[in-house]
Structures are given as structure tokens and as C-alpha cells.
Design a protein around this ligand. Structure first.
Ligand SMILES: [Zn+2]
Ligand SMILES: [Zn+2]
Length: 355
């Protein structure tokens, strides 16, 4: 039986924390549910999910639809597209059956990349490997979630680039229906022996713009951006709850992207704080971080782990972020120092993730 391998290479960097990753997680569930009741897909489609942040991790190895169990998506620090792509290529080498003289191998794998930011690592070697050995044997669709992505990067590995500009629930839901329909269409076409080209579903009525990759490359020649830069649209800070010691991320968004006004001097306003799995975060982070001065940030929220009034407090001893309540002694979950919160101001530098 020739299989149709479908890979999802999903950006789980810090900027995806909160609604975006929840929407991707729900979306993956609906894709699987819908494909399972499609007789053609059920027969041929195998699905794998690879997550990448500062490091990559295979969340689900290539699996038959009826055995597939949708995973919980972790969050990590950094956006190492190169590591994600390398893991994908290694997996293709190991698990996709090539056509030989004796056997007809699997159909051309379909790969969907979902990303909301720009790589924080150097992709040169991974892109070269991809373009030389894999590109012509795979159908790669790169989807930019929101419009922060430098499409020139994606244009170096595929001609199929799509922008999902609106990221509200309805747009996401339509988008995932489109992904499902595209996979289903392709599974019909391979079943009917109509070659193994990708059969994307029509995008009418969906907030999905096709990018002219060739034009992007022509215009962008020589303008390829360097890596190792923090994503400027978001500031995400890693904190820990002083009561439960659990981990959370506080997400700030660039003023222009917020629909409220910030006071003079502030560059970022708070979106919210989100609990994360600390162990996964550690494993999926590159370990690199940048600095941000607190004077550029506005707003705090309550602790998403214990409900303390404040999630944005820095420890006077180790400088790391923790939650705290007023007028009680708060013990730093990072270094163990105890202190009572005063309402003193002043600015300080905070370690931020690279997004
Ligand atoms: Zn707390
Ligand atoms: Zn401390």
C-alpha cells in the first residue's frame, strides 16, 4: 500500500504562546477528525507532527490516521527553522519509502510549515540540503501566521507560500478546513493514479493570500536577513510562580499591534501571562536570550498559576521574573531569596526570549 505522508512542521516559539498555539492545537484535532471520515484519506494518509522552537521535537511520528492521537503542543524559546527542517529531512530519510526498481514507494510527502516569526538561527546549510535533495521529491506549503514573517526566507525553500493574515478563531477554523480539503484532494488524486502532485483546495472565502515567491526572490536578492535577532513584535519573558514554582510566559506586544493606546515611552503593552510546561520549555529552548529594559514595557497581569496579583515582578537578588502578592513575604522560586514587595518603581533589564 502506497502511503501519502503528511508532515506538519509547527513553530512553537514563545510568540505562539496563548491563543495562536491553542488554535493550531484545535486545528490539528479537526484536521484529523475530518480526514478520518474521508475514505480516500483514511486509506492513504499518514501524519506526523514536528514542533520547532530553539530546538526541534517530533511530537507524533508518522502514524496512520485511525491510530493518530492529537498531541498537546509545548512552547520553547527561539525559532530554529533550520533544526525543524533538519529533523524533518532525517525523518523522511528514515520513514518515507522511496521508489526503487522493485517497489513503488510512498507518494510525494506533503509538508505544511506553520510559522509566525523569523528564524533566529542560520538556515543556510539546512536550506541547501533541502533544496539539493528533498525539494523536488516533496510538496512543501509554507504558511505564515499573521504578517510578521519575512517571506523571503520561506521563498528560499518553496514556491507555495501562503499568508494567513487574520488570526481570529473564524479565520483559523476556515484555514484548517482548507488544509483538510487540500490533503483530501491530494489523497483522491493519488488514489486515482493521477500523479502525485499537490492538489490544494481553492482559497476563495478564506483569508489566505498566495505569495508570488518568484517576485519575492527577485525583489529580495541580496537582502536576505541575518539570523540571531529577537522578534521585535513581541517581548516574551519567562517567569515562575512563587507559590507553585510552575512556569509561565508573560507576553507583550508592540504598541502598533495593540488595539489600545500606551503611555508615552512605552513600546510594548501586555497581552497576558500563560502557564507553560517548564520541562518542555527548557528542552525546546536554544538557551540564548536578549535583554529588554522594563521601562519599555507596560502592564502586568495576575499570576496564571496561583492567581497572585502580579506576574511581572523581578527578584531583587537574581533578577528573574516571578509572581508576587503585596504585603506578604514572597520567596523567589528561582533563587530562594525572600522579600516583601514594595511598590517602588525604577527601570531594570530583563532577560527576554528570542521569540
Ligand atoms: Zn503565582
Ligand atoms: Zn531570585
Amino acid at each position: 500500500m502506497r502511503r501519502l505522508p503528511v508532515y506538519f512542521l509547527v513553530d512553537v516559539s514563545e510568540s505562539m504562546v496563548g491563543q495562536p498555539i491553542e488554535q493550531v492545537q484545535d486545528g490539528m484535532r479537526t484536521i484529523i477528525q475530518s480526514l478520518r471520515v474521508d475514505p480516500y484519506a483514511l486509506e492513504t494518509v499518514w501524519v506526523s507532527i514536528i514542533a520547532f522552537a530553539g530546538k526541534a521535537r517530533c511530537l507524533v511520528p508518522l502514524t496512520e490516521l485511525y491510530k493518530f492521537y492529537p498531541p498537546v503542543f509545548p512552547i520553547g524559546g527561539g525559532t530554529s527553522l533550520a533544526r525543524g527542517l533538519e529533523m524533518l529531512m532525517d525523518d523522511i530519510d528514515r520513514n518515507v519509502q522511496k521508489t526503487t526498481r522493485e517497489i513503488k514507494g510512498d507518494w510525494k510527502p506533503i509538508i505544511f510549515i506553520f510559522t509566525d516569526g523569523n528564524p533566529t538561527d542560520d538556515c543556510t546549510a539546512a536550506f541547501r540540503r533541502w533544496n539539493e535533495k528533498y525539494r523536488s521529491h516533496c510538496n512543501l506549503v509554507a504558511v505564515s501566521i499573521g504578517d510578521n514573517v519575512n517571506v523571503l526566507t520561506l521563498a528560499q525553500i518553496t514556491d507555495e507560500i501562503l499568508l494567513l493574515k487574520e488570526t481570529d478563531t473564524e479565520s483559523f477554523s476556515k484555514f484548517f478546513k482548507w488544509v483538510t480539503a487540500s490533503i483530501a484532494n491530494t489523497s483522491v488524486s493519488v488514489a486515482e493514479q493521477d500523479g502525485d502532485g499537490l492538489k490544494l483546495a481553492p482559497t476563495a472565502g478564506i483569508n489566505l493570500d498566495k505569495v508570488d515567491a518568484e517576485e519575492i526572490r527577485r525583489e529580495g536578492r541580496g537582502k536576505e536577513t541575518g539570523a540571531h535577532q529577537a522578534d521585535d513584535n513581541y517581548v516574551v519573558i519567562h517567569g515562575r510562580c512563587c507559590n507553585t514554582k510552575s512556569h509561565y510566559l508573560v507576553k507583550y506586544v508592540r504598541a502598533e499591534l495593540l488595539n489600545r493606546r500606551l503611555p508615552e515611552g512605552a513600546k510594548y503593552g501586555i497581552l497576558d501571562a500563560y502557564p507553560i510546561d517548564g520541562e518542555s520549555y527548557e528542552q525546546l529552548s536554544s538557551g540564548e536570550s536578549a535583554q529588554i529594559n522594563s521601562s519599555l514595557l507596560r502592564g502586568t497581569s495576575s499570576c496564571p498559576c496561583c492567581g497572585n496579583e502580579l506576574s511581572v515582578v523581578t527578584c531583587g537578588n537574581c533578577g528573574r521574573l516571578m509572581c508576587a502578592a503585596f504585603e506578604v513575604s514572597n520567596k523567589c522560586p528561582w533563587c530562594g531569596e525572600e522579600g516583601t514587595l514594595s511598590s517602588g518603581g525604577g527601570s531594570f533589564d530583563l532577560g527576554r526570549g528570542l521569540g
